[in-house]
Design a protein. Sequence first.
Length: 526
Amino acid sequence: MQLDDDIWYGSLTYVHEEWGDSSSNTTIGCATERSTDTRKGITTIDVTSNETGTTFNIKRTYSLRSDEYSKFCNECAYTTVYTSKTFASGSIGGIINADIDFEGDYAFVNPQPDDFISESSVNTTKTESCAPPTETIVRSSGEIYAEIWESSNWTTGPTPGSYILYGSRTDGGELGEGHYYQETVTWRFSNRPTVELVIDAVDGTNGNPFDTWRPKAVLWNGIGTEPTEPGALLELEAHLDPTPTSSSHPLPKATKITFKLLRSSTVPGTAMNSPLTDPQNSPRDLQFEATRNTLSADRVFVDMDTVSTPPGLHEFATATLSTFDWGAYGEVTAEALLEDGSTLVARFRGSGEPMRIPMRHPLSYIADSWKASNGKLDSDDIEDDEVLPGGGDGHTGDGLSLYEEYRGFVASGTRVDPDPMLVDFHLFNGFPTDSASYPTVSEGASLFEGITGMKVHKNYSSEDFEFPDTPLDPDPTKRIINFNALTEGHRHLVDQHLIMVMRASSATEDSNAINGPSSPLSHPLI
C-alpha cells in the first residue's frame, strides 16, 4: 500500500566518511623515491520533514594530499605536492515517498529532492627541483543528487491511522589499499506529529557553552605517579522535543535514553611531551567515568562508552564525559527507545551531523574556538607556515603542525602553549636552578627572543624530554619535544628537537654552538 499522506514528520540522516593514510619509501643504490598519501572526507545529507515541507540539507567536504619525492644520484631532487579540496553546502526542497506492505510486513522510505546542488573543487600542484618552484591551480565543479532509498522497519502509531517508519544501516570497508569508508543512515518518520531527540552540552566545570569548551588533561611534572583525574568535564544533555507532557498531540515518551561515545581518540600520552615514559598507559582520551555517572539515581553507568537512564518513562537525560588529553577528539550521540518500540537517534542543534567533541570542523581535530582565537579558523591541522620577521632565511614554519601546537607541551609541570602565528623555539637551561648562571641564561634567551622575533620556551626540565647520553651526543632520537605524535593525516610533520644550554666542560671565554650553525636536529648544545 502506497501511503498517500501529504505530510510526514521526522528526519533521515545519511553520513558517508572516507579516510586513508599510505606511504612508500624505496632506495636503490643512490636513487631514492618517497611518497605519502592522506585523505579524509565526509558527506552528510540531513532530511527533515514537517507541516512546512521537506528540506534536504547537504554538506560535503573532502581533502586529499599527495607528496612525492625523488632523487637520482647527483641529479636535483624533485618534489611534487598535490592537494585537492572539495566543498559543497546547500539546502533544497523535496518530498518523502513511503510504502508499507501490510501483508508482507515490508516497508521503505524514499526521500527525493527537487534538484541537484553544486560542489566545487580546487586542485593545486606544487613542484620544486633545480628550477624555481611552480604552482598550478585547477578549479572544477560538479553536482550532487541526494535521493535516498531505504528498506524500513515500521510500527503503528499511538492513534488510529498513524504509522511510524524507522531504522538504521551501517556499511563500511576498503575502497582501495589504505583507503576506507563508513556509511551510516538513520531515520524515523511518522504520518502524525512526532518527537525528536535533541543533544547538546555545557562545560561540566563552569556551565559555559559547549562552543567555547576544549579538552584538557591534568598537568604533571613527570615525577611520581601519573594523575588519573580528568582535566576537563563535559555535561551532555538530551531531551525529547517537543516534550510529550507539554504537547497537545499524543506523543510517546522514552523508556530509555542512552548516551553513546561513538569514537574516542587514543593519542599517546596527554600532551606532545607528557608523559615521558609509557605514554601508551595514559587513560583513554575521552570516557564516561563510573564515579561521575553514578552520583544520581537517574543515571546507569554501563561502561566507558555508554551511560543510560534507569527503567521508566523519560523526557530528559544527562551524562558526564571526562577528558584526559589536551588534544582529545571524538563523537558522541544519544538514542531514545520510545514507548511505541521505535528508536530515535539524537540530533545536534537541528543537524543530523554527529556531535563532534570538541566543537570542530568535520576534517579537523582542533576546537573551532581555539582556531578562531588564534586567527586560524580556516587552517588545516597540518599547517606549519609561521614566518620570522622580515622573512627570515626564506624557510617557513617551526616543525610543529597546527594540531601539535594546539595540543601543547608541558615544561616543569606547567602548560606550554605555542603561538601558531610565531616561530616557536624550545630550550633547556641546563645550569642548576640555584646557580648564578641560571638567570643569566634565562635573560639571554629573552634577549634572543626579542632579537629574532621567535617565541622562546625556556622552562623545560630534564623530566620533559629524553636526555642524551652525553651533552655532545647528536643522537636524533633524543631531545625530541613532540614525541607523543599523532601520525594520522600527517599531523606529525617531523621530530622536532629542543636546544640545550649547558655548562662547558672547561672554562672558556666564549660560548659556542656544537655542530652549528644548523637545525636543532644536529645542533644539540650551546
